[in-house]
Design a protein around this ligand. Structure first.
Ligand SMILES: Cc1cc2nc3c(=O)[nH]c(=O)nc-3n(C[C@H](O)[C@H](O)[C@H](O)COP(=O)(O)O)c2cc1C
Length: 168
């Protein structure tokens, strides 16, 4: 059941000092590749950061979030086609990249790995670190590693508060 896999994911901010096997990383990237995107443009590019010198710089780029540099791998989910807005008025690239990002998070959880979505990072410094072309943006960072913490009880809104039928 997909719901069981979804329940395995939580934000991991403490990682074991243990590398990720190549096959696991490849399965995670394949999950990202399979994500849907508006008009199937697939505007994304995934930069896998595993170089120790680059990883060290992630703490400062992520506003002092030390755990990001402690993860053996961080995937920078990048996207282009920045001007494309769908008829609904939403930018497609952020949505497309976010879906791919969550595919990454869920596949990682299924493999016993932890991730955390990172939105608190400096766009310009991150772009410089990975030599990002000017027409791309980093939408999110996903540090990945073996969790060194147990999941806590989450406080989530009940369905009756967030769902209505036929009108708001
Ligand atoms: C778009 C986005 C950006 C986030 N940015 C950060 C971040 O910079 N640092 C961090 O520690 N957690 C970040 N988070 C994680 C959220 O705090 C977390 O998902 C939320 O508290 C729910 O907890 P859970 O992921 O364990 O279910 C982010 C999550 C999302 C979806």
């Amino acid at each position: 059941m997909i719901l069981e896999s979804i329940k395995k994911r939580f934000s991991v901010r403490k990682f074991k000092d243990k590398p990720i096997a190549k096959e696991k990383l490849e399965a995670i990237l394949e999950a990202a590749r399979l994500a849907p995107s508006a008009r199937n443009i697939q505007p994304w590019h995934f930069v896998v950061i595993d170089d120790s010198q680059k990883r060290k710089q992630l703490t400062e780029i992520c506003k002092g979030q030390k755990f990001v540099a402690e993860a053996p791998v961080t995937i920078a989910v990048c996207a282009t086609n920045l001007d494309y807005k769908m008829t609904c008025g939403q930018s497609a690239y952020t949505i497309d990249a976010a879906i791919a990002g969550e595919h990454i998070a869920l596949q990682a959880a299924e493999l016993g790995l932890g991730t955390c979505w990172i939105g608190a990072f400096y766009q310009d410094k991150m772009a410089e670190l990975i030599d990002l072309p000017k027409d791309y943006r980093v939408v999110t960072l996903l540090p990945i590693g073996y969790p060194d913490i147990k999941r806590k009880q989450r406080i989530l809104k009940p369905l009756k508060e967030i769902v209505s039928y036929n009108s708001y």
